[in-house]
Structure formats: C-alpha cells, structure tokens
Design a protein around this ligand. Structure first.
Ligand code: SAH
Ligand code: SF4
Ligand code: F3S
Length: 473
C-alpha cells in the first residue's frame, strides 16, 4: 500500500506504452496459434466506481489489442478478468465468492485464464490470499500496473507460471492506452487519479495512490474527439474533481469552461465533488456554462460536526449547507445528490439525528447511503465501534425513510413539467429510459431508435425515485 507523501508520481513514457503495444502484438500472435478456430473470448467484469469502470474500458482495449474478442458469456470465456473494488467489505466478499465459483469452470476448461486486478488486489493481504488459497488464478495486478496487462499476459503465456504485480507506487499516469468504450453516446473521461484526503474510513488513498491530474490539453483533445464521434454526454471522473490541477495555475473551473466551449450538442457531467474543495467559483462556473449539467454530486457523509472531524473530512455541517444555499441561489433548478455513512465508529444516535436533519434540510434528489464498513489499514479501523450492526441497520432504515419522503415530494413537483432527456436504455417493462440533466430517470413509451439521442418528455406521473412521462413530438 502506498502512503508515503514523498513518493513520486510517475508518468509512463511513450516508449513504455510502445513496449506494451509490442507485447500485445506478441500475445496476439500467440493466441492466434493457440486458438486456430477463431479469436478467444474474454469476459470482463468491473466492480466499484466509475473510475474503475473507466479503467475497465482500457483493460478491454488492451485485451482486444492482444487478440481477444469480448463476450458477455462467462461460461464460454477463454479469459475472465475481474477488475475489483475494495471500498466496503461487501464488495470484497462478493469478489471472493465469484472467484471461488470460477474454480468449477476452470476444472472443466483448464485452458481458461483467470485475471484479477484493481483496488482490492492492490492490497497486499488480498493478493497474498489469492496466491495461497486460489491457485487457479493466473494473473494478479494492482491499480498501478493496469497499463502493463499485455506484458503480464505475455509473461504468463510464455512461462506458464502465475504472474503477480502489485508494486507499491505513489501512482502513475498512463496516456495513450487503447479504450473500448461500453457506450457510443456516453463517455467517461478520468481527469485525475488517486486521492490525498485520507478520510479516516476510506481505503481509496491506499489502493489508488496519490492525487494526480491529467494534462488539460490531453483531456480537451479526448473530449473533442468524443464529441466529433457523436458522443452526447461526457462525465469527468476523479475522487475529488474540485482539486483538479492543484499546485498549477489551472483549475477545475477553467477545465469546465474550456470543455463548455467545444462546439456540439452534448452535456458535461462530473463526479465526485468534495465539499472541502468545492468553491463558489465552481458553482458560478456551473451556472454559467450551458453544457454543464445542473447536477451536483456532493457527498456529505455525516451531518454532525464531531463525526465529520473524526472522519477527517475538512468541513463542517454549516459550510456544507452554505455551499448548497449558494448553489441553489445561482442554479434554482439544480439537482443535488450525495453519499452518507451511517454508524461511523463512536457515532451516537443523537449525532446520527443530525444527519437525518441535514437530509431534511438539503432536499437531495437522491442519496447513496452506506453502513460503515471497517477497512484494513485505515484510521477508523482502530476506533472503538460499540454500536451493533443491528442497531446501525435501524438507523439506516430511518434515514432511508427520511430521504424517501424528501424525494417523493421533489418528484411530485415535477409532474406536468417537460424535460430534455438523453435516452439511454429500455426498462424491464419495455419503456424508454431517459435521463434528465438533474440525473433523474424518466421512463416513457417510445421506439428503440430514440436511444442515444436527446428528446423532450413531459412528466405525467411520479414514482419517488423515477418519473413516468410521454414523448413530446
Ligand atoms: N471521493 C468520494 C467518495 C468515493 S467512495 C468522496 O470523497 O466523496 C464512495 C462512497 O463510499 C463515499 O462517499 C462513502 O460514502 C462510501 N464509503 C467509503 N468508504 C466507506 C467505508 N469504509 N464504509 C462505508 N462507506 C464507505
Ligand atoms: Fe475516500 Fe475521502 Fe478520498 Fe473520497 S475524498 S476517495 S472518501 S479518502
Ligand atoms: Fe472501489 Fe477503487 Fe472505486 S475501492 S469505489 S473501485 S477507487
């Protein structure tokens, strides 16, 4: 795990990326000999946040360059890659369960390769566990070695031995990797990697390394190409996008303004904003840039100042609410979503009630609520945690009820109004699902060819978290 403050961020050189392309070509030749009947199939599954999904799209790109075809069918796959997450115990348990299940498949098809990478694998204990107890896993690597996938495949292919690469680094920036985007109208652009905040409960700084920003010119060029290719929505990703460019004379607001100036009909989204670094300048920029979605994902984690301090969040309840007040003032139509943790070690019921009252005040469109999960190596792991899981479960439901009432009221106020939505998918019931700027789904009857485009929909019904409507022709 990398925590050293003086460790260096490394930009992977073009020569190193070129070397990986050469490895990909070698692997591609090797697999074409091994699978003469046609390209082998790779099944890729990514757990966790959008940042990990963006990594997954690069891993897929490298697999394709290495001669693989992607498949959705795990049972017929020649290679299975799980890009893991470590944020909560549940994510890790699920991964271990899914890896365990591969044992049976591998018994039937011993030639199948199993590859594990990402945040969970960056932890030494997890990689060790795989090494000792899951001998049928072929390749394991951490978050800093993503760009090396072709080389690791090559080493495994040529040696027939298991390959582990979980080097402890402050972090790398690797440009120029091939990308296989999952959608042809919505794209992710990571603008920064890692995190320096060390919130006391959080594993991310340990598994993702130090905060580092990509060059704005490279980001702008990527965005221009996406817009030219017809993409309708670009989401900028980072654990704390508000501190993009820190230490330089460039900042996140500047990036938003330059992206906003790109010609075309597209929307810019971003996540995640950290209240500690969210400025009025950013809120003004959002308000002034017509292509920036009027949606702010601003996790608050707790409504109690003592708990916020113990979490090492760097802001108070008052500062958070003042940001919201200003945001709603400059963007009356703004939709705010948030993350919150229930049952942080030592949190009392009275302190938890401050979270409930903040939820009632803040009027979030929706909220992601998590019960605290102890993570190895974090500060919170060592804090006394006397409240039972069962009790925390009760608080959790109480908070969900509070937010549900807020959301239901908010949704009801949308009935009769018309929204421009990006049509994304089809619901289980066969309705088209469109997403508003505010990140709310409206489902409505319509034909499949609407998907991938912007359309006007009038809301006819509210269902707490989503809306129903009809297409305005
Ligand atoms: N960088 C973002 C959060 C990324 S993690 C931010 O600072 O807001 C996504 C969410 O997972 C967090 O907002 C937090 O609510 C939750 N989370 C992180 N670590 C957790 C833990 N140990 N237990 C429970 N929830 C956690
Ligand atoms: Fe984790 Fe805090 Fe960094 Fe978010 S800001 S990734 S919660 S350490
Ligand atoms: Fe999980 Fe890593 Fe993201 S821990 S939430 S995949 S940064």
């Amino acid at each position: 795990m990398s925590q050293a403050d003086n460790a260096q961020i490394r930009t992977v050189t073009e020569a190193e990326i070129e070397k990986q392309r050469e490895y990909a070509a070698l692997v591609s030749t090797a697999v074409s000999l091994r699978y003469p009947q046609g390209a082998p199939k790779a099944f890729v599954h990514t757990y966790g946040c959008q940042g990990n999904v963006a990594d997954g799209e690069r891993l897929e790109g490298m697999l394709i360059e290495s001669g693989y075809e992607l498949t959705d069918d795990l049972n017929s796959a020649d290679l299975v890659l799980y890009n893991t997450c470590a944020i909560r115990e549940h994510a890790e348990d699920r991964l271990i369960g899914n890896v365990g299940a591969l044992k049976v498949i591998k018994k039937q098809r011993p030639s199948m390769k199993i590859v594990l990478c990402g945040c969970m694998m960056q932890q030494e204990w997890a990689a060790e566990k795989i090494r000792k107890s899951y001998p049928f896993v072929d390749i394991v690597f951490g978050t800093h070695a993503i760009y090396k996938l072709p080389e690791l495949l090559y080493r495994n292919f040529t040696s027939g031995k298991r390959v582990f690469d979980i080097e402890d680094e402050a972090g790398v920036i690797a440009e120029g990797l091939p990308v296989h985007r999952d959608s042809n109208f919505k794209a992710w652009i990571p603008i920064m990697y890692g995190c320096n905040n060390f919130c006391s409960y959080c594993i991310v700084p340990y598994v993702r390394g130090r905060e580092r920003s990509r060059d704005p010119q490279i980001i702008l060029e990527e965005a221009r190409q996406l817009v030219a290719a017809g993409y309708k929505e670009i989401t900028l990703l980072g654990q704390n996008v508000n501190s993009y460019g820190k230490g330089t004379d460039y900042n996140f607001s500047k990036l938003l303004r330059e992206l906003n100036a790109i010609e075309g009909d597209f929307l810019i989204r971003f996540m995640t904003s950290h209240p500690k670094d969210c400025t009025f300048e950013l809120l003004d920029t959002m308000a002034q840039c017509d292509k920036v979605a009027k949606h702010l994902h601003l996790p608050f984690q707790s409504g109690n100042n003592r708990v916020l301090k113990e979490m090492n969040r760097g802001y108070t309840r008052e500062k958070y609410l003042s940001l919201l007040e200003y945001a709603y003032k400059v963007m009356p139509e703004l939709s705010v979503t948030a993350d919150v943790i229930v049952g942080f070690p030592g949190e009392t019921y009275e302190e938890f009630l401050d979270t409930v009252s903040l939820v009632n005040e803040a009027k979030f469109t929706s909220m992601y609520t998590f019960i605290f999960s102890s993570r190895k190596g974090t500060k919170a792991e060592k804090m006394p945690d006397p409240v039972s899981r069962e009790e925390k479960g009760k608080w959790f439901r109480e908070l969900l009820d509070a937010q549900e009432a807020v959301a239901a009221k908010r949704s009801a106020s949308c009935v009769g109004r018309t929204y421009r939505v990006l049509c994304e998918s089809v619901s289980k019931g066969g309705l088209i699902e469109g997403r508003t700027q505010g990140n709310v789904i409206i489902e409505f009857p319509g034909s499949l060819d609407l998907i991938g485009g912007y359309h006007e929909v009038k809301v006819t019904e509210s269902l707490t978290w989503i809306l129903r409507g009809e297409l305005i022709s």
